[in-house]
Design a protein. Sequence first.
Length: 216
Amino acid sequence: MTAAAHRPPLAHALAAWLRRLLAVLLAPLVVAGCAGTGTWAPMEAVEAARYAHPGAPEIALITVVNNRTGSGDHTGLVVSGSERVLFDPAGRWEHPDAPERGDVHFGMTPRMLRSYINMHARETHHVIVQRIAVSPEVAALALRRVQDAGPVAPAFCARATGEVLRGLPGFEAIPVQWYPITLSRAFGALDWVETHVIRHDDDDVVARMDRAQAPL
């Protein structure tokens, strides 16, 4: 007879609870797309790169989805107000024309945003871009919050993004949790969200990107 057979019912229940707890604690580690660390570009480079996108202030949630499993592998957030930046928590993307400080990339011109999305929209993954217009005040607060949030630990991309969003007026329903797809669904449930799905084999990826970046 095995040792497990001698366990009293309470011990069996405790062992099952510990297994479930371990599964919850390890779950964030399976979010493979979040694996970077923040860097700190010189402020001179940031000042030279700053870019203000035309049109109304907006926030765009970017979700990288695995085509095979349907799971979310990464989350990023574009904030466009007095300037446009990319919050890429624990992300891998980098470009010399978009200097990074604490997981925030500055100088997010259309060319830089296209570079970021094209890196993630590949044969194995597609990208969901969800945009929503916000007031200048909300955009200004979002810019401050993303710069205060990083650098973010690996596998915390969705959680860190949820924490940024939940602290904004109008985004209080956004959950703070581990999964990019759950975050994307909650963001999509907000009023007036505009959604674009970008795949690597689109007939005209550039045109799709231009539409995704057009001022609201």
